[in-house]
Design a protein around this ligand. Sequence first.
Ligand code: NAD
Length: 429
Amino acid sequence: MISTSLLPLETPTPAHICPFDQACSYLEAAARELKLDQGILEILSNPRKVITVSIPVKLDSGEIRVFAGHRVQHSDILGPYKGGIRYHPAVTLREVSALAMLMTWKCALLGIPYGGAKGGIAIAPKNYSVGELERITRRFISELIKDIGPSVDIPAPDMGTSAREMAWMMDTYSVNVGHAVPGVVTGKPLSVGGSLGREMATGRGAMIVVREALKDLGKSLQGTRVAIQGFGNVGGAAAQLFYEAGAKVIGVSNSTIGIYSETGLDIPAVKAYMTANHQSLLGYPQATAISNAELLTLPCDVLVPAALENQITEENVNQVQAKIVAEAANGPVTLEADRSLQARGVIVLPDILANAGGVVVSYLEWVQGLSYLFWDEERVNREMENLMVHAYHEVVEQSRKREIPLRLAAYTLGVGRVAKALSDRGLYP
Ligand code: NAD
């Protein structure tokens, strides 16, 4: 494996599920398939810039706490760095670095002119008040002020962050530079230049690629049995859209509990229940309570992991019954589990394709903002759908032509485009 001298090994994660090692393994497999030069592979294996800042914040109690905030800028070969900011207790620098690398391949695969980045703070947002979260977010962005910008690096929401945090980030950046800069983040509220369709975009993209994969099998979404892990930005939107398209969403879950209904859940009713019940699924009447582990092994046609990484592993992969796994989360299937699913003929729609709807609409938001011309939702969804469907077919065609699995096909397309741009641009000096 290529050395990654820029990254300290701060977490003793077992090697087989270290997200950064996993990301490098996929990169190396693509490089072998493409017969990439070793020097190019070494450049692409290392993030261009790794930033860790200290974020001192006064809590509501008056106590001062210092948090560590990371931003990893993997590559800007194709355009400005682009990637979400995650607030979750499991955030580590290596995880953020892996996710930054995935963003590079994802943008290249979708043909959008961005590089890849990611950021995060290891906190559980529910343990902090809104005021504390605002102070954490604003100080984080002010520490990053010289490293971000609409043509430099453009953050977006990820786990634990949403349009609210993006508005704080946009405001902090704008106040510091002295004028409004909506293009510095995407996933903003509509009131400050957000795009219609952004909130549902990642879930919509996942639904679109599943629909295309079913079409290739001579099937449709109508009546297809779908189980979804994670009921947040991505999983919640995916559940709604699968439901609206006529699929039977038989199970959903969040971090504490899952619910299952053999005949299909009424997703709008589940959402209304959660709104009235402090965002909890606990006690939902028209379903059976199940664990998160049980959700992954439900008898279904399509499994959509939309929460964390490393959810389908060597331990549970043999119990997975789905015929299609659509990786709406980043890295939910480990390397070994991926091989096992492949061997069983399960179709795995890889994360860099299946969850790309979010960055596509982020790109459309940025384009609308830069041109001061905003589109209706129908146009945003149509443009996104075109890019997703095109990328899906490119991946399937690459897989068929090279006789390789879909994930490797997606990687060869993404990595190949970045490598080509790198060799065309040449090395400075
Ligand atoms: P979110 O914070 O809105 O929702 C996360 C969901 O996962 C919540 O329902 C939470 O309860 C659940 N969850 C947390 N820990 C869990 C656990 N241990 N087991 C099961 N469920 C758990 O986050 P999100 O924005 O929906 O992101 C989910 C995934 O999708 C992440 O991997 C993220 O990187 C990826 N993603 C998000 C976007 C986006 O636009 N938000 C885009 C691309 C990829």
